[in-house]
Every structure is written in structure tokens, then in C-alpha cells.
Design a protein around this ligand. Sequence first.
Ligand SMILES: [Zn+2]
Length: 300
Amino acid sequence: MKFDTWWLALFVSMMGFAVTGHAQEKLKIYISADMEGVVGVVTGEQLGPSGFEYNRFREFMTQEVNAAIEAAFEAGATEVVVSDSHGNGQNLLMEKLPKNIMLVRSWPRPLMMMQGIDETFDGVIFIGYHSSTTNPEGVRAHTISSARLADIRLNGVSMPEAGINAAIAGQFNVPVIMVSGDDAIVKEATALLGDIEGAVVKWAYGFHSAKTLMPEAAYDLIREKVKKAIGRIKDFKPYKLKTPVQLDVRFKNYRPSEVLSYLPIVERTDAHSIRYVGKDMIEVSKFLEFILTYEPSLEP
Ligand SMILES: [Zn+2]
């Protein structure tokens, strides 16, 4: 090799190193996956182990998450954490997920549907989400517990799970960049969180009916919206609430608010409602998880 060819070769290889070094800049994506907003889901038959269609819909949920993961890596993500955040927290079919991600499973978790998030992440994606219990529209509209809760407010504003979870991510300065689900949650989440990307995989006719895309079309749409969101990730701002955070919980029944008001940190605001003020969203999340989990018969 001639001397100047040698220098040229060295220069080219150093440039290559610089380019690769840049391409490997970290980009961490957190995916919180629920099931009510997954393609085709309309009733409880798809949502839990006693439903006749549950096992097939676990597959669809898993493939929606896979579509988001694949698109995230293609768009430059270097690390992905997924939380299985529906029902028993054990819905996603692990053997069908790629080996280079991490998965959060089962309950209870101090940060609920956002367990595993921290300030090292760059963006949050919601897959399979649904509208809030105070929204008259949306398939299986509820907030955290359809059986127990009639409203959750943060600083006076009624929240869907997408809002509570965005506020938890906001605590760590991480923005939500994309949501998938029915038309009702995409509308509700964008009204609350701003111009995030939304993948509408079905259109609600009622609590238990919808017009839906077919699974493969939903995966394509999710891929497209995830790529778009990561492509403009600098556009999104974390959803940060003023602290301390005032949490108002309205129960469907009477006794939870009666008994919780024995605690000096809890104020009973009406027959069915309590108020708790936490110093930040971490405290609020732990309080919520506590009041929905605790019972003296807990074992082991
Ligand atoms: Zn769910």
C-alpha cells in the first residue's frame, strides 16, 4: 500500500467509525400494552382466560406489540421495554416477542401500567388502549377498574388511563409519542396530550360493539404510526402535572370511601369519593395501586 493510499484508508475507516458511533446513539422506547383497544376486541369474551376467544386475541395483542417493537427498532430505537398491562398482566405470548427486549409482567406494581419507566427513556407508546369511564364513547370505556371506579381525576381533570400513565412518564420527563386503540381513545388522548400519533384500529358503535380493521391491517397501521412518531420524536413534550398532585377517586360502591376515610391522609369528599394529595405522580400511583390491591386476606 502506498503511503497516501494508507492515509486515505485510515481516514475512511475513521469516518466509518464516527458514523457508526453516531448511529448507535441510545434511543429507549417504553411500550405499555393494554387489550381493550386491540383490533377486533369488543366484549369480555376476548379479554380474559374465561372468554372463548381470549387465546386468539392474546395472539393479536402480541402481534400489535410486535409491530410497534419492529417499527421502533427500524426507526432507530436501541432499547425497548414492554409492560403487559391488562388484566392479570400475563397476556403477551413471550415466545413470540423478539429476544432483544425486556418484558414487565403481573401485579401489583408501584407504577402500575408504567412500571419500568425512568428518566433514561426517550418516548412512550400506548398499544391497545381504551377511553375513560367518564367518556360516553368507546369500546369497554373504563379507568383502571370497570367494576370498582366511576372516575379518577388528577388536579381536577377526569383522566383516561392514557392520561394517568402520561403523567407518570411526565414525572420522569418522558413524552408519550403514539397511541393505538379505538377512535374514542385516540380522540381523548390527543385532546389531552396534544399532537401525538394515533392509530385507530376500530370505530366504536357502543360499549360492546365496533367496526374493526383486520389484524394484518392493524399491524401495518401501528408500524406506520410508530415510525412516524419516532421520526419526529423531538416534537413531543412530557405531560407534566403541577405538584403536589390532587387525586380524586370516585368508587361505584359506598364502603370503600367510608373505610379509606379512616386514614388521616385521605379526605372523604362525598358518599362515593375520596381525595388524596401526593407530592408527585409516584406517590399518587402507589396510592392508587394500594387502594385497588390491598385486602387483609392477601397471601402469600
Ligand atoms: Zn385492560
